[in-house]
Ligand binder design. Structure first.
Ligand code: FES
Length: 158
């Protein structure tokens, strides 16, 4: 079932601060994303109604840009590189180990909203392949067997 809008939502204020301008659609979505950590379905409906932009168009923009998320994101984002250098050194198996350890697939978030998992193409550290990043922290020369201890390490820091 779809989440209901909160009684006092930020969304109306954000839309009004942009004078309900259609041309401000991306800026409005960015501010909503910053406030909620994602773009709730009810917020997209409000944007569509107030800006008089078809809902399908609002969804089109929201799903086009990587900066926008349509589901809540975890407190920690894990990015696993599947670029060529990392892939050739086994990063797909690292991703599989993460999926199995966290019980989610690439692109998903754990039910406790602790972690989101995302594969990416090249993190700019090819010499250290395979590489993954959790938050701002790099983990180099990753192997599937290191996954469990790395997750334990970052969890115990919270
Ligand atoms: S290919 Fe993985 S960091 Fe460049």
């Amino acid at each position: 079932m779809e989440e209901a809008p909160p009684e006092h939502s930020e969304v109306d204020r954000v839309i009004e601060s942009h004078s309900c301008e259609k041309s401000a659609l991306i800026a409005i979505l960015q501010e909503i994303e910053n406030s909620y950590g994602y773009l709730p379905a009810w917020a997209l409906r409000q944007v569509s109604e107030k800006l008089e932009v078809p809902l399908i168009q609002v969804y089109g923009v929201a799903s086009f840009y990587d900066a926008f998320h349509l589901t809540p994101q975890g407190k920690q984002l894990i990015r696993v590189c599947l670029g060529t250098a990392c892939y050739l050194r086994g990063s797909a198996r690292v991703l599989e180990a993460l999926e199995s350890e966290l019980g989610i697939k690439d692109g998903e978030t754990t039910p406790d909203l602790e972690f989101s998992l995302q594969s990416v193409r090249c993190l700019g550290a090819c010499a250290l392949a395979p590489v993954m990043i959790i938050g701002e922290r790099y983990f180099d020369k990753m192997t599937p067997t290191k996954v469990h201890s790395v997750l334990k390490r970052v969890q115990s820091k919270n």
